[in-house]
Design a protein around this ligand. Sequence first.
Ligand code: SF4
Ligand code: SF4
Length: 531
Amino acid sequence: MSEADIALILAQPFFAQIDTQAFPAQMPLADILSHDSRIVRYEPGEVIIRRGDYGNSLFAVVEGTVRVLLQSPRGLQRRAPGQWRRWSRAFASTFGSRRRVENRDLARYQIQTGGTPRAAYTRIRDLDRIVAETQTVPLGQGEIFGEIAALTRQARSADVVAETPVTAVEIRWQGIRDIRRFARPVRDQLNDRYRDRTLANTLAREPLFAGLDAKVIEAIASESLIETYGEEDWYLRLQKLDLAGRLEQEPVIVAEGHQLDDVLFILSGFGRVTETVERGQRTIGYVRAGEAHGLRELLEDLQSGGIGLRRTSLRAIGTVNVLRIPSTLVEHHILPTLAPGQLRPQQKSRAGEDSQRRLDFIVDGRYMNGTATMVIDLARCTGCDDCVRACASAHDNNPRFVRHGHSEANLMIANACMHCVDPVCLIGCPTGAIRRIEETRTVAINDAACIGCQTCANSCPYSNIRMVEIRDTAGKPVLDADTNQPIIKATKCDLCFDTPGGPSCERACPHDALIRMDMQDPFSLLKWIER
Ligand code: SF4
Ligand code: SF4
């Protein structure tokens, strides 16, 4: 980026307010912008952000107008993954060709041979009609958008389209992170925008707030603090982190022994729950997005007459965004609406040694990220590979997982996509080919849109994405028209989304040794593995 570009960015209202003196000499604001931002230009009708994509950048309009489309036009919606598979199968059956390992139909790769990743995005031709007929919001010079998905690692919640020729600054989340770290007003401003624009709607979708009316939720949103803890790029360093020191390195969000004057609601990320034992801290559980820490303690205290001290600590695992809700609001509004079974059972204060090691293994390895983690009981697994064969037969002879993985005693987490709560593999995919399907909560790869850049494979901290070389239906390597190099694609477990009955691996195991499990509750897993 040129000095003129940096000067242009710094002149924009969002950046002009930033106190450049607040940045350390070795990391001036201009350097952050130079590394993590770029000037982008769009033609009228060009889609800048697409609903459902996994956001990792914020935009500031320098020139022109964009439209936020609150309802997705039909043409912009992605095809459901089931349609991709059905289409390819229909093709295969029509022409009677038995597809070989990693063979693909070339017609699906127009995007790859046609140029840059942006070609994968759509242009809207009848934007005027959409603006006239549906709810949209115009944003002009100086306004920012996309910050919520970038900060909370959620899917983009709306489409944003250029209405006129648009020049904008795009900042990657790493740059936003650094700016927020040193420029407190920016952090407060972004948090305020999040609170004003989205928080109440986000909370209204959560079971914990289901019994509250909109006004109460808005009051909770406005009186609670949004806080961020931990390292945002944990997934790039997970395999290198020292297991022994992980707990000590995690920032403390609330500490045991302190006054229980608020409840922590997890907006995104994970928290480790610990308690003090003779030789330090011991993990007794974890919380994920949508769960709260301190709720049961508060309830018990109120039942016994008064609010006391915290019995456990909460630490940030990776990066976590929390909402700190004052206990008085929880007491008056949330607790009275909770159904009896809605609170997590009390975590065992004294687990057996084997259970404790397994719990540490799950938390240290961040396996609680999985909603469909492949767990194998090594005491029952005979190595027959029926699971692998079943997977291969459901995926044109390409097994989508490896029956290996990290283990603790008889508990093994196999190298199969876990369909994570926080699917960090989505960060940075230049075409949006890898994405979360909100309806099924699975993470899927659109094979036709994948350009084989490996960003997802490098980002998955569990090594669950494999890059494969593609061949045509005759078995010949498919070469990129521009580079003459073999085309590479990312592949991984798709949870047999189009197979009645669920994942083939689980159904195929004749020894009851393999299960796909949501790791929300560690004690279900421990019960299964210790059965
Ligand atoms: S590819 Fe990796 S990070 Fe992405 S959802 Fe699967 S296990 Fe999680
Ligand atoms: S390799 Fe992964 S990150 Fe790159 S385009 Fe394909 S799905 Fe996206």
